[in-house]
Design a protein. Sequence first.
Length: 431
Amino acid sequence: MDKMITLWKFNDVLSLSYKIDSVSIVFLIAIVVLFACSGVYSIYYMKEKENLKRYYIVYMLLFFVLCAMSCAGNLFTFYLNYELMTLTSAPLVMHEQTIEARLAGFKYLIYSLMGAYCVLFGFYVLNKYCVSLDFTYGGTLNMAAVSEHQGLVLTAVFLMILGFGVKAGMWPFHSWLTSAHPIAVSPASAVLSGVIVKAGAVGIIRVVFFLAGKDFIDGTWVKMAWMVLILLTILMGSTLAFFEPVLKKRLAYSTISQVSYILFGLVTMTDVAYKGAMLQFIAHAFAKCALFLMAGLMIKISGSVYVKDLKGIGRKYPLLLWCFTICSLSMIGIPPTGGFIAKWYLIEGSLNSDYYNFPWSGPMFLLLSALLTAGYLLPIVLRGFFPGEEFEDNNIEKIKIPAYVYVSVIVLTAMAVLVGICPGIFVGGGM
């Protein structure tokens, strides 16, 4: 499974090489399932939109780029596909071609370029101090050379974490996400939140665990600064989502918080927390993709982007709201969903660590975030099913939703539950 395939060798350092490992498998599962379900959903949702040919061409290009990136065997190959991912995903953000869509796409590109420059600096430094840029668990640093320039290498690694953290929505580089997700068409929002933001997390995994090595970073100022940023992001994302009245923007803030759970598992640097991060990776991908797809349907049904106008939607569309409920429970971390088992491992891994006060402060932040998540998702469910006796459902339009659209949503919802029931199917071998 770990056999390297080199397609092109530019010189002794740079080569276009691919291999499949445990990280690749988790990412590929998310990519294939999400793109398939969002693609089926697009047949219905996009049928009245313009420039459909361009949309589907870009959609498939992005799919192939993401598959190639997930199987990258070294830093050069990963970085090349990572930047191609940015270029192929930006047109999906700007598809509607409104002023707001163009501004959101431009903001996405600017933030992505800022992150790319940080990663490029780290690329240059690691090239000097790594024996090889091939991804090898445990790291490839030449410790004899690093000992004299440890500060420089740590700075380079931290800049790479920040650079990849831009895509992952890590504070303070998160604002592109709440601009791009709400303005993009719903299937594009689902892909952005389910897969694109995870690419940043994969980049961090490759740098921390497969190039620098967690032993090199553990106990340093890099771990401390990274942990503080993650905890701030978790709390900030959940809090802003709680007060956000626009449905898709609320889900975008939720993504900022939930993806930081993955980063929390990585920075904890215990085997249990790492497994929790991988489970959160896949569970959030399924649940959040489904939530964005359902949000698109709810907006189409109600004719409004605001949460307050979704009252009573469960009376005419009970199946839709039941799927929304199950995915919301996964986001909160209620058994038997994937979100529960992921958060269980994250908290256990944190409690097993001995890094300053983080063994207790980390779980505290996660539990507080879970309460806030319940506070901004469950009211949608309760008002949807129980709008009150005085409610009149004239504003809820009864439109015919094809069976295949429901199938795509049900499959994602079922997968979010399956992660919780059979986590070993998705994450079985640890690192």
